[in-house]
Design a protein around this ligand. Sequence first.
Ligand code: 1UD
Ligand code: ZN
Length: 373
Amino acid sequence: MSADHFTLIHRDTSCGARLGSLKTAHGMIETPIFMPVGTNATVKAMTPEDLLAINAQIILANTYHLYLRPGHKLVKKLGGLHNFMNWQRPMLTDSGGFQVFSLGDLRKISEHGVKFQSHLDGSYHVLTPELAIEIQEDLGADIIMCFDECPPATADYNYVVRSLEMTTRWARRCKDAHTRQDQLLFGIIQGGMHHDLRARSLADICSIGFDGYALGGLSVGETKEQMYGVMEACASMMPKDKPRYIMGIGAPEDLVEAVWHGYDMFDCVMPTRNARNGMLFTSQGRINIKAKIYEEDERPLDPECGCHVCRTYSRAYLRHLYRSGEILASNLNTYHNLYFYLDLMRRIRESILENSFTAFRHSFFEKSVYNQK
Ligand SMILES: CNc1nc2c(CC[C@H]3O[C@@H](OC)[C@H](O)[C@@H]3OC)c3nc(N)[nH]c(=O)c3cc2[nH]1
Ligand SMILES: [Zn+2]
């Protein structure tokens, strides 16, 4: 795809934050953006109508899971992911590498690809850069990811060197295998927690050339200091005219910090997974809705939240649903948590446009209970 898919709308004069607009085959995406995770072709406990109601602009799905079940050839036969799940806005799929390393059993890595056992039935499979691209072309997402190796945060320096060199060779193979011109292909930068190796991976991946660049290998158990250090070190080296995506990030405070450094796209299972466990994000901090103190609390979950859940239900009711194991608990909790994340990104975009994101970040960390510093 041509380089003009990403337009820089505005740069906050007070910091590295920027507003962008990314054009895809299924519509425009305003950045900075949070992307709800929809691993199995569904954002768990949410209908597409719910997602539209909270103005989700783009959602994710996962190559590894959809390859194993129901299979990319079936999804293609049924018209691709957008038709299959009734989501007509943009979608992004990951390449499966991360899941193979974190979900599959008995993995064997070679130059050819990764042999692994399905976590569903123990069957053996080999995922290669070429197959990862074929699967994503059949699924039909608007943005697809290169097949990479995400080394564990504890990997030693020499392992990380060999891993990033193979990830670069795999990235080349992905670009050669990619044929669909209506999809954007993003490269993934590795290099662990070593800033010199990050610079090397970044130079390698950028020399191949992609429609956007992701920071991989983060949110894998490293410390906040390590995560923020890699973010900061890479920000100044990443191409300014292309979207910058940090995979697996993150908590609200991580989003604010990453935007401040000039990143554009984020995904994390935290708002959806925490919702199903009763851990809810509010303007006053995290609320564990199963706590007894909410038993007779008729106030809304978050008085400052404008979502349907906060305008309609009491904390007492949400606690009752959760403790009763009701299915509605997952839907209402997820609806609110995703609204919280998407509204945070909306407020961030507003502040960037007003050149006041540095003040926004300062007040976020000063007054809010998300300040983990
Ligand atoms: C959680 N932390 C984290 N996730 C990560 C993912 C999966 C995101 C993908 O996994 C699903 O959510 C678990 C989401 O669907 C997302 O899809 C894009 C990564 N994927 C690749 N290809 N390479 C990485 O280095 C990587 C690092 C991560 N760190
Ligand atoms: Zn709400």
